[in-house]
Design a protein around this ligand. Sequence first.
Ligand code: GLN
Length: 540
Amino acid sequence: MQAKFIFVTGGVMSGLGKGVTTSSTARLLQLAGYRVSCVKIDPYVNYDAGTMNPVAHGEVFVTDDGGECDMDIGNYERFIDATMTKDHNITTGRIFMDVIKAEREGKYLGQCVQIIPHVTDAIKDNLKKTAERERLDIMVVECGGTVGDIESLPFLEAFRQMALELGRQNTLFIHVTLAPVLDVVGEQKTKPTQHSVQELRRIGIQPDLLAVRCKTPLTPETRRKISLFASVDQSGVISCHDAPSIYKVPEMLESQGMLRTIAAGLALKRSRPRWGDWKKIADSFSTYKNGKVRIAVVGKYVTLPDSYVSVYHALSHAGASIGKKVEIDWIDSEKFENGTSISTLKGYDGILAPGGFGKRGSEGIISAANYARENNIPYLGICFGFQLALVAFARHACGLHGANSTELDPHTKHPVVDFMPEQRNVHDMGGTMRLGGHDISVEEGTLAHRLYGSTSIRRRHRHRYEFNQNYLQAMEKGGRIKLSAHSDKGRRMEILEVPGHRFYLAVQYHAEFSSRPGKPEQAFDGFVRAAAAAAASQGN
Ligand code: GLN
């Protein structure tokens, strides 16, 4: 069976929610009973997202097979509840690497290697192979960037060729654009959409559907005008107005008959979604019946909320499941090194320390981890937040003065967090951390075991440093803390907890990547419940 392909391109400008349109389209098709998955194309030259600054590009999403991917992969996983592989994120770097490798191996002997056909063939092969391997009915392919970017040209050209080769009933184009309104009572402007569709046509692609971002629903007049100028039937002009939550977008698309239009274009038999409990789950993100819970996220990359986007979603999944809106304050940990008192964290129901790299701001996180432990405030530490909770405990409860991670102080007297031995001979920075899913054994009778309800779990990782077990005895002495889970046959510790504390859990893995709407990840679930209980006990 040949898979069908839906290509999602972007017009006008970035940040219109192409990822949510892609995920929601995939979700609708999945609810109609199709085997669907998504692929994100990032036209930048990096091989993957692993070496990019999270404050500039957003979070690096880690797949179970160890891919360091664009954050859109996280949206896909959350919407279609799938575990994706790194093949679902294609960059120019990856394609060129394949092509150049093949050229060096002599696979193109005698030929001049060119963008067309060699690079475009490599793109098409990549997409087709993934669709085939996963036996997909439909693959939704999102191309990053905006039409007109030089970098995306080879990819759009590959899409055009696929439409030609596979035929119109096997390919469909959705273009995401914007209908801005310039003043409060003003009309919705269609010119940007007209221009970006023209740009797309210039390279040989005529869109079948337009997903038009707008503040309020598209007026019939705007729809008519866009339809006329873009040569897209009115049924294919979809209003993507502001929604109370991203999880409501599939319903918004469907209320305009999107599935019927896609089914007609791709000659699909089923065109009705079976919603199951999806609508109820989506509603839980806008109808918070039980008030709110206030969380301080103390981290290094707070200037761009996207740099912790999966942490944000995992918190909101946990909150929505108990009817609580999670109100997050993103706090720069460096503040606590520059005069702001750590006791300003007092007013929060919970403190979360997320992942991070490098010295700047690390002392602030150590102070926050210690403050949460000493003041019985629910704490969740993730990766860096786990390592620095260990440092805080070593310094403040075990008398190990000057304890640190060797990442932050290579000459520390007490390296309670140290380089993983196998990292010592690693020189390349890209793709060389301990990455992806690893099996973890959880000790019975611990908080971790109560949360997970199992002695064996699997979670994703992205780190070079780990707890130095030479300090295990000193740290666990007296039972004040407990390292309650391990992996790689006991070689690495994965969870730290503080018995008797309201909730103090820190994990070496990235729990946030495994959370789904309606199915919050257990560490986040426990944390938000504990924070809600703490708020209730204080009458907040
Ligand atoms: N910098 C730490 C390490 O490399 C933590 C990484 C992280 O938080 N993802 O081990």
